[in-house]
Design a protein around this ligand. Sequence first.
Ligand code: C5P
Length: 248
Amino acid sequence: MDAARDKLIVALDVDSAHRALDLFDALRETVGMFKIGSQLFTAAGPEMVRQIIARGGRVFLDLKFHDIPNTVAAAGIEATRLGVSIFNVHASGGAEMMTRTAEAVAEIATREALARPKVIAVTLLTSLDQTSLEQIGINDEPRSVVTRLARSAADCGLDGVVASPHEIDFIRQTVSSPEFLIVTPGIRSGNEATDDQRRTLTAAEAIRAGADYLVVGRPILNADDPVDAAKRISAEIEDALLLLNQRS
Ligand code: C5P
């Protein structure tokens, strides 16, 4: 169960520290990491991150930094000091931004004897389709943009990417290192609403496709019993991992 638990990240997409901590307390036995994104961070700030880490939780800080290299590298240093396990940047911020951030994080972690967080890149937001790309002057199809940006993230020394479940396969073909992390939102296990996620996979399908971590929000947060929903997803991950291990 531990291997499955470690792969499951719950998106704490709620509006207050109080709700987030209630969810954390309920889910901590079943879930390996908690994602704090723009909504909760804006509502509750870095203190929210500190509180979850102080209670023994691991945090993926999903603020998708996108700014000039100096600013993103400095934000990366603060994320390292906060003690997050993963944080992310937009690959479209450019190679210099990614390289300088990866270097600054490694350097501060060594200098201040801190754990080095994994730095991962958002390639293309899954909400952007061909038409929205054309509107911002990109005429390539989404798949080639994702491939190009994933390769660039790997070349700049980043640890992985956030990717839709349907992109896992061609990212693995593009970046050969098995260490390159793929963190996958857009998980829906059959009968619940897809919400605004356009292309989804089940947890088992995403694991079989090669995802390292699954990010799940509404299927757990909106369930009548969030703990039960998380347990069911974790069991699904465990079964998929068993099958994979039997094959290898
Ligand atoms: O509720 P749901 O399971 O769709 O939540 C998915 C989470 O992953 C949300 O916090 C969303 O911001 C995030 N995410 C995503 N698609 C991306 C990047 C992040 O859904 N491409």
